[in-house]
Design a protein around this ligand. Sequence first.
Ligand SMILES: NC(=O)c1ccc[n+]([C@@H]2O[C@H](COP(=O)([O-])OP(=O)(O)OC[C@H]3O[C@@H](n4cnc5c(N)ncnc54)[C@H](OP(=O)(O)O)[C@@H]3O)[C@@H](O)[C@H]2O)c1
Length: 346
Amino acid sequence: MGAPIVPMQIQRRAVGPHDILIDVLYAGICHSDVHTVRGDWGVPAYPCVPGHEIVGRVVSVGEKVTKFTVGEIAGVGCMVDSCGTCENCLNDREQICLRGTTFTYNSPDKVSGGTTLGGYSEGVVVSERFAIRIPPGMDLASTAPILCAGITTFSPLRHWQVKPGQSIGVVGLGGLGHMAVKLAVAQRAEVTIFTTSPGKVADAKRLGAKRAVLWTDREALKPLANSLDMIISTVPYPFEVQPLLDTLALEGTLVNVGLGEPRGLNTFAMAFGRKRLAGSMIGGIAETQAVIDHCFAHGIAPDVEMITPDQINTAFDRVVDKDVRYRFVIDFASRKHAVASTPDAR
Ligand SMILES: NC(=O)c1ccc[n+]([C@@H]2O[C@H](COP(=O)([O-])OP(=O)(O)OC[C@H]3O[C@@H](n4cnc5c(N)ncnc54)[C@H](OP(=O)(O)O)[C@@H]3O)[C@@H](O)[C@H]2O)c1
C-alpha cells in the first residue's frame, strides 16, 4: 500500500456474449483513485488498477451485443455490474444496488471471481449494459472526466431540481468542483465557489461563477450568511462543515459528494434554519448517459491536463497538493497512434 504505480501485465476476462472489449484511449484521474491506492479507505486488493473515467474504441463485441458495433467509441464510469433486479436497479440507481454494486476497480468481480481492474490499462472488457455511448464529434480526452466528475455533480443538481436564478455554492475547486460549477452555470444558477487556494480565485469568472471566496477566512463567509439554496461539497478530507451550513438559506441543503467527513455540526443552527445535510453517490447508467448527452448538447467540457502513463505518480502528488486545473487525463491514444505508425508494429 502506498507503493508507486508501475507498469504490469494483467489478464482481462474473455469477451462474453453481452460484453464489449474497449481499447482504452483516455482515462481520467479521480481523487478516489488516490484515496484507494494510498490506503485512505483501507488496504486495497492487489493488484490495484485504478481508473473509472474511461473512454476508448470498441474493438470486439460479444454475439448478443446490440448497443455497440466495432469501431464505435464507448465510455465506462464508476461501475461495471449490479444485480439488475432490486428496487434501486429497476429504477436506474445501479450505483446503489441493494445487493452490492460492482465498481470499476477494487471491487469483488462476480463474473471473473477476482477483483475488478480499472481503466489505467490498455483495454477493458465490460458488459454493454454498463458502457456509455459517446456521441460522434465529442472531444474524447475531455469526455473521460464527465464519466465520474460530471455525473457525480450532475446527479445532485438534477435531484434537488436546481433552477435558474438559484444561489448554488460549490466547495473545492478540483475535478468534481469545477464540473459542478460548469453544470450549475449552464442551469443559469448563480454560483459561489468556496476554495482554500488563493490561486484559484481568479478562475471563478472564467468558469462562469459569480464569486469565489477563500473560506479559510471565516470572516469572508459572513456576508453570505443564510443566502444559498444549495451547496455541493467536494472536499476529500475531514472538514469543518458548520461555517458552510451557516451560508445556507432556510431549508437549504448541503450535498456532500466529497468523501471527507463533515465535522462540527451545530444541531441548534441546523434546527433554526431547518437545514439539511445530504449525500449523493455518482449516478445511474441512464443518468450517466444523460450527462454525456447534456454536455455534448450544451458544449460543456472539463478543463483537462493531459499526462503520459509514466507521469501518474507525480499527478497523484499534485492532486493531493490541490495543484490540478482541473482534471488529469492519461493519454494512451497518442502512444497507440505512434506505435501503430511504426513499420514493425504491423
Ligand atoms: N460521492 C461520489 O459519488 C464521488 C464520486 C467521485 C469522487 N468522490 C470523492 O470526491 C472527492 C473530490 O474528488 P475530486 O476528484 O474532485 O478531488 P480533487 O480534484 O482533488 O478536488 C478536491 C478539491 O477540494 C479542495 N480540498 C482538498 N483538500 C482539502 C482540504 N483538506 N480541506 C478543504 N478543501 C480541500 C481543493 O479545492 P480548493 O483548492 O479549491 O480548496 C481540491 O482541489 C474525493 O473525496 C473523491 O473520492 C465522490
